[in-house]
Design a protein. Sequence first.
Length: 252
Amino acid sequence: MDLQLKGKKAIVTGGSRGIGRAIAGTLAAEGAELAICARGAEGVEAAVKELEASGARVVGKAVDVGDGEALQGFIRESAETLGGLDILVSNPSGGNGTDEASWRANFEIDLLGAVRSVEAAVPLLAQSDAASVLLISSTAAVETFMGPTSYNAIKAALLTHANGLSQALGPQGIRVNVISPGPIYFAGGAWEQIEQTMKPMYDNAVKNCAIGRMGTPEEVANAAAFLVSPAASLITGVNLVADGGFTKRVNF
């Protein structure tokens, strides 16, 4: 299937590692032109070099997504450099916890990061004939996981916000969708740390994946590339769960 992504202009926040990096790489492989940001300058620089080596046109900048002014400035500057904007992927997370600092971090980065990104991107996306927004949530938003934590609740808030955005922005030709990954394993990621420090929890999570293993960032990126592409032009307001059968709820 031709996803019709060649020449499309995309911004991926939190794009230097893990799922965000995989999404950037997949979009680049499909011919999109990219701008990525993340907090760490070294990680952004390394990701830009890797993507450029694959033949992609890409720009990158170290940005603290919790800094609204810096984030929105990055989006506007990137669109100007790329010559427009067709795709916005909001990916970063502030971690997880139960204390007030954790709640503030997830609120500022996961939720307000998405809100501010979309706010800055809408005037630019409205000029595209294939505009798409993708927010990255989690299966922790749709089923109880590890108790009442900041990550779970804020990721759930993204689902409701995305649905509202899909209705509000649809008349402008802007689609809005969500992907909720289940356990995704990659070097340096949360599940590698859990494997090393809480092996019983890790083993139980693998056991609960119907396919017998955790997912990879590349598998999430494949789903993301489809959802943001013109090939998915009829799809908006959807939460696509990509979890290898980890969650057990029935979706009607």
